[in-house]
Write a protein that binds this ligand. Structure first.
Ligand code: ADP
Ligand code: ZN
Length: 739
């Protein structure tokens, strides 16, 4: 008797328990099949321990792809799941779909995306009891001012994390211990997730009419399911206040909200603002958060206890079961692009996560990316604008200093015009900021006698002098040597000269010219720890500093009320790069950094040193005509079929031998399938031809918007012979780096 369809389908199910697909956090092509333990029925998202070879991995029960049936594998080859983790909630379904989507788009393995989602190993440890302290009444015999502050801070009767109480009262932890000994505070176990509940009824800023209109539009667009809002407002216009309303709306519905920031350094001021607005600290997620706390935050997120999370791009992969809003602050920032391992653009993936989870997304910036502006103009995003600053009467006046007409003295880098402006600023008791996006003292060191230049032994790059650390350093591989006193080539003594400036050299010039001023130099290599950086930023905010000299670390988002003057030491620096976004990025960076000036009562101004004042980017900054500049950029992109009008993927081949890298790159190119609307350029030697001893060749794929770039790449890569030896091929969809 022929079997009916239904019978065919149901038969294996009626037999032994079906296999389950399990995703291991490894670079595998997909899920593997396992047998559930004791024939248990497992749901997708369930955390399990599964063996592979001799190793057992924490893994996740996955879903079958669309139209995929359970695989028919010989049962004796199947291995059994070792353990089912029952005390951790299941990874939300949306995360499974998101991992598959990101993997498919970036051509990486879903297991590697899952690994990012699970990057909190401590979350799976049995919860260790932690102790907090609570005020119990009996005052100590001796009440010092420090003790009084603690008692005052703890007087709300809540249980406090010791460190937070110490911070709130501005005392050392010893003072807290003393009060425990005195019996004034008692130690009590903390609940597993300890965060004060957010207070949505707090009094908040009264919005200006313009802000109120903007907030109305944002709220309308974020009240339902997936929709993207581009919040486009000049620096200091109150974008944060406006999107706080959208956060409050999501939280009021009991949902979770996520705010992404491009840089960890930015989170401190923001967290303080959240605390003021919502009466409690949001959870923080980035690489600087210590492992035990990461574990607790991750658990609190998956258990839907952490309602507001602020974090770096990786926070997008947290397991939110009930996400009601994603805000991407400074959405134009290239810091959202991850280059290592899974190469993803977090702003773009935030939109995907929003769509998959039916959750609204707000992209906020004073200088939105061309991608987002085009999406807005084509009606895909709701465009909400804020044109005026809240506290100041206008944006800083920007002027170009033509360095051909006003050159600095020999061996100096600041034009007399800028020096004069700094002096005036200081005389008024206001602050100045000098910006140069180049770390170190000098980018090149040269022997005056023989012309020898110090080059990195592993990279095609000059060694950069770092005078504070007394060494020459490679910015690509980290190799360094102590600054020598004679030329290694001709052995001439006292013949080595630094060429060109880095921030350290500008700081030196400032010290010579303004010895009385309180100065601070901010550069990522000099302020390696976040606590210290946050401390310095607060000092600037509180006007304990007169002149700030810094790299892009100071360019973004900070609010320094006393800052009147921003001097851009080299306005031309970013323009010469082999990057289709060079003009856009320079415009954004210089608008951002000059936008730090005059954010409150003080009138701000910006001076940009340049050898090409007529360049469209500089001209647009000076005239303040952003829209004309952007319109031209957009037109140029459209004509060149560059993103967002076309799509790019970069293929990078590297190997320790130049011949091997080049040979394989050519082989890759030869295998490129022919396809309409897709063009393959290269291979060409990369502008940075050697990094860490590896020679590099690039191929660039240019596709029309409507072409299926991923399918094309997959087809291509499947035809490419496997790389031999130490040759490596990496794929970067939507590349931001072309070096
Ligand atoms: P943006 O995010 O657009 O740069 P912010 O939201 O940081 O702007 O606002 C700039 C400054 O003005 C902040 O100090 C903020 O607290 C303040 N501010 C903005 N709007 C208001 C308001 N309606 N009431 C009180 N302060 C405001
Ligand atoms: Zn190097």
């Amino acid at each position: 008797m022929p079997l009916t369809r239904a019978e065919t389908k149901s038969k294996p199910r009626a037999a032994a328990p079906a296999t389950v697909p399990v995703m291991l956090p490894l670079a595998l092509p997909g899920a593997y099949d396992y047998l559930p333990p004791d024939g248990r029925r497992l749901e997708p998202g369930q955390f399990v321990v599964a063996p592979l070879g001799p190793v057992e991995y924490l893994a996740v029960v996955w879903t079958l792809g669309e139209g995929e049936a359970p695989r028919d594998i010989e049962r004796k080859k199947l291995r059994e799941i070792v353990e089912v983790i029952d005390d951790v909630p299941r990874l939300p379904r949306v995360n499974l779909a998101f991992a598959d989507w990101v993997a498919n788009y970036t051509l990486s393995s879903p297991g590697m995306v899952l690994r990012m989602m699970m990057s909190a190993s401590r979350a799976f440890d049995p919860p260790a009891p932690r102790y907090g302290v609570r005020l119990v009444g009996s005052p100590p015999q001796r009440v010092t001012p420090a003790r009084a502050r603690v008692i005052e801070a703890a007087s709300n009767g809540m249980i406090w994390v010791k460190a937070s109480l110490a911070e709130a009262a501005g005392v050392s932890s010893g003072v807290i211990d003393g009060l425990i000994d005195a019996g004034t505070l008692i130690a009590e176990p903390l609940p597993d997730w300890h965060a004060l509940p957010l207070d949505l009824a707090r009094e908040r800023a009264t919005l200006t009419p313009e802000q109120k209109d903007a907030a109305g539009e944002v709220l309308a667009n974020t009240s339902g399911g997936f929709a993207v809002t581009l919040l486009d407002g000049v620096t200091g216009s109150g974008k944060t206040e406006v999107y706080f309303e959208a956060i409050a709306q999501a939280l009021a519905k009991g949902k979770q909200a996520l705010v992404l920031m491009p840089e960890i350094a930015l989170t401190a001021q923001f967290i303080a603002r959240c605390e003021e607005r919502f009466g409690a600290r949001p959870a923080e997620w980035h690489s600087g958060v210590p492992a035990p706390q990461r574990g607790r935050v991750w658990r609190a997120v998956i258990e839907n206890k952490a309602k507001l999370v602020v974090g770096a791009r990786s926070a997008l992969f947290l397991p939110f079961p009930d996400l009601g809003l994603i805000v991407v602050d400074e959405e134009h920032d290239a810091g959202y692009k991850q280059e290592e391992r899974v190469a993803y653009q977090a702003r773009d993936m935030a939109v995907v996560r929003g769509r998959l989870g039916g959750c609204p997304v707000v992209l906020s910036s004073a200088t939105p990316s061309i991608e987002s502006l085009v999406n807005a103009s084509q009606g895909r995003y709701r465009h909400v604008q804020l044109a005026t600053r809240y506290k100041a009467d206008g944006l800083p006046a920007l002027t170009a200093i033509d360095m051909r007409a006003n050159p600095p003295e020999r061996g100096k880098w600041l034009s007399p015009v800028l020096v004069e402006a700094i002096a005036e600023t200081l005389a008024r008791g206001e602050q100045a900021l000098l910006f140069l996006n180049r770390r170190g003292y000098a980018p090149v060191t040269l022997c005056r006698k023989c012309g020898f230049k110090f080059e990195c032994p592993n990279c095609s790059a000059w060694l950069v002098e770092h005078r504070f650390r007394r060494r020459l350093e490679c910015h690509h591989c980290g190799t360094f040597i102590p600054i020598p006193d004679k030329c290694p080539h001709c052995e001439a003594e006292n013949a080595l000269v630094p060429c060109g400036p880095g921030v350290e050299r500008i700081a030196e010039e400032v010290a010579e010219r303004f010895p009385e001023a309180r100065r601070v130099l901010l550069s990522s290599d000099l302020t390696p720890n976040i606590a210290e950086l946050r401390h310095t930023l607060r000092e600037i905010e509180e006007r304990e500093v007169d002149i700030v000299i810094g790299t892009q670390l100071v360019a973004k988002s900070h609010h320094f009320p006393g800052l009147a003057l921003v001097g851009v030491v080299d306005g031309d620096l970013g323009l010469a790069q082999a990057d289709p976004r060079a003009a856009e990025r320079t415009f954004q960076l210089l608008s951002q950094v000059t936008g730090r000036a005059g954010r409150e009562a003080i009138k701000g101004r910006g001076l940009i040193q340049t050898y090409m004042p007529e360049h469209p980017v500089i001209a647009a900054l000076v005239s303040g005509d952003r829209d004309t500049f952007l319109a031209r950029e957009i037109e140029a992109r459209r004509e060149a079929r560059m993103p967002p009008f076309g799509r790019l993927a970069a293929l990078l081949v590297s190997a320790s031998s130049r011949e091997a890298a080049e040979g394989y790159a050519r082989e890759v190119a030869r295998n490129a399938p022919a396809a309409a609307k897709i063009e393959v350029l290269g291979p060409a030697e990369a502008p940075l031809s050697v990094i860490r001893g590896r020679h590099r060749f690039r191929l660039l794929v240019k596709a029309a918007r409507e072409a299926d770039l991923q399918a094309y790449l997959r087809l291509w890569l499947s035809a490419v012979p496997k790389a031999k030896g130490d040759i490596r091929l990496t794929v970067d969809v939507d590349p931001y780096s072309f070096l």
